[in-house]
Design a binder for this molecule. Structure first.
Ligand SMILES: *Cc1c(COP(=O)(O)O)cnc(C)c1O
Length: 230
């Protein structure tokens, strides 16, 4: 058995376990395989093991991979930081974008989404407490951005995304995830329906599932350690 296959099987078991502990249906949790820095062959292997959705952070690397894998039926998610001069290729090549934190980027994605494709699924990135990165909108501004994005014609606003700072103990992991869930509930109560919480990575996806994650983004636990020096 290959490492990717056995890793995927172990993660599926862990998802089922975490879902059961949270009294949730495991089918309500999508596993997004984060394939950044790994070659098309690794994606092929994961696909052969039943994996359908893949996440990428770097536009050029993603485009090369998408084109090398055209023969497979895959769903591509862009999860990296978005530069405004890259919105067109993102709008043309991905099914989901997780890191939207500015109206201007959302407007460009909507204008540039090709009409023969379904609306682009969007998650707004929120900078929840304890987050180290500079990206992500402040929680207090998220409802307004959600309202503005929800009316853009070629986008489908799905939910919120966060990348909390890594924590070792589970209660500390759960705190920012709970904050994101509560924020999504607040926004939904204002009449903007959100059905997605994109949260949890290799080291904390079980805590994210406890707090309601519907998409977990897992790289290392599937493909192994990344080597950034290429
Ligand atoms: C790289 C990355 C992941 C995957 O992280 P792992 O710790 O390898 O599972 C998830 N989400 C985002 C936004 C990433 O950049």
């Amino acid at each position: 058995m290959t490492a990717i296959l056995s890793n995927l099987q172990a993660i599926r078991r862990a998802i089922a376990q975490a879902a059961q502990a949270a009294q949730r249906d495991p089918a309500s949790i999508m596993l997004l395989a984060v394939s950044k820095t790994f070659p098309p062959a690794a994606v092929r292997e994961a696909h052969a093991a039943g994996q359908h959705a893949f996440g990428e952070n770097y536009v050029q690397e993603a485009l090369d991979k998408i084109s090398a894998l055209r023969d497979l039926d895959l769903e591509w998610h862009f999860i990296g930081p978005i530069q405004s001069n890259k919105t067109r290729v993102i709008a043309e090549n991905f099914a989901w974008v997780h890191g939207v934190d500015r109206l201007k980027i959302a407007q460009r994605l909507s204008e540039q989404r090709p009409h023969e494709l379904p609306p682009l699924n969007i998650c707004l990135q929120v900078n929840v407490s304890g987050e180290e990165s500079k990206s992500g909108i402040a929680p207090s501004d998220a409802a307004e951005l959600a309202r503005e994005v929800s009316i853009l014609p070629r986008l489908k606003l799905r939910g919120l995304m966060a990348i909390p700072a890594p924590e070792d103990d589970v209660p500390a992991q759960r705190r920012p995830f709970a904050q994101l869930r509560e924020l999504a509930q607040t926004i939904t109560a204002q009449g903007i329906t959100l059905d997605t919480l994109s949260m949890g990575m290799s080291h904390d996806f079980a805590a994210a599932i406890q707090e309601g994650a519907t998409i977990i983004r897992v790289g290392t636990a599937i493909f192994g350690k990344r080597d950034y020096i290429k």
